[in-house]
Design a binder for this molecule. Structure first.
Ligand code: CTP
Ligand code: MG
Length: 258
């Protein structure tokens, strides 16, 4: 019998969530058009190591993560398997490689389809965010373990944001429609963390175009919450981002005494 006079915790962890096993799905099947011509973005190197390997290591660095599903460029699955074999990765983590799809959303779905039973928490992490610190990964996992069905790392915006009437042709002036209150806006990153069943349901029912997984959950209903993101979890999108990523790596190597 429970004692009703004792204070009750406000947010009860969903049963079993505190001991749930966690898998990470890494969509890495994009071309990287905005980065310019060359190999698929995830296979480009940073500090001599493919971006994808950095991203896999970032997930495997979390003690919570025991399986990493890499969603590879369809023509590059064999190469990705070879890369995973060739680079030192923690023994406690297993790896699965599957071919990706036409869109990020399709690639994530293909990764989810490859998840074996027994993993109740899923992280979805862009290969294009190779430098996310392990503390951010752990904070996301912890928030899901504490009962949130969907968790996103988020940062306040530095720039003021304008809503515009998009121009017909690139470079044309665009009428400004509104200036949303910046203090209410956040830029979100990955890994995004989910109760597995909730994420699978979202991928089965939400069909519209989305740019992240949490927005599918928003359309479905369950609450999405943020945890603090990290500036080093930025997405490598354009050539200048490669310069920044190399600088972050160089600073880490200096600090680690290499
Ligand atoms: N992604 C994927 N499958 C796709 C498209 C994207 O797995 N069909 C992955 C990318 O590999 C990346 C993540 O989704 O890790 C975020 O996408 P983005 O940064 O847009 O990468 P790309 O789509 O490769 O880049 P671009 O949009 O410039 O072509
Ligand atoms: Mg893209």
């Amino acid at each position: 019998m429970s004692d009703a006079s004792l204070p009750q915790p406000t947010a009860q962890p969903v049963s079993g969530r505190t001991t749930a096993r966690t898998a990470a799905v890494i969509p890495a099947a994009g071309r990287g058009v905005r980065l310019g011509p060359g190999a698929p973005k995830a296979l480009r190197t940073l500090g001599g190591t493919p971006m994808l390997i950095h991203a896999v290591r970032a997930m495997a660095a979390s003690r919570a993560v025991s399986l990493v599903v890499v969603v590879a460029p369809p023509e590059g699955t064999a190469e990705v398997r070879t890369l995973l074999d060739a680079h030192a990765l923690p023994d406690r983590t297993e790896f699965v490689v599957v071919p990706g799809g036409e869109t990020r959303q399709e690639s994530v779905k293909l990764g989810l389809d490859a998840l074996p039973p027994g993993f109740d928490i899923v992280l979805v992490h862009d290969a294009a965010r190779p430098l996310v610190p392990v503390d951010t990964v752990d904070a996301v996992v912890e928030a899901v373990r504490d009962g949130a069905p969907a968790v996103v790392p988020a940062l306040p915006l530095a720039d003021t944001v304008k809503q515009v009437e998009p121009a017909a042709a690139p470079g044309e002036p665009e009428p400004v429609v509104a200036t949303p209150d910046r203090s209410l806006l956040r830029a979100v990153q990955t890994p995004q963390g989910f109760d597995r069943d909730t994420l699978v349901r979202a991928h089965e029912t939400v069909t519209g175009d989305v740019t992240d997984d949490a927005s599918m959950i928003e359309q479905l209903g369950p609450a999405v919450v943020t945890v603090p993101g990290h500036e080093e979890a930025f997405k490598v999108t354009r050539p200048l981002d490669l310069v920044l990523a190399e600088a972050v790596l160089a600073r880490r190597r200096l600090n680690d005494g290499f």
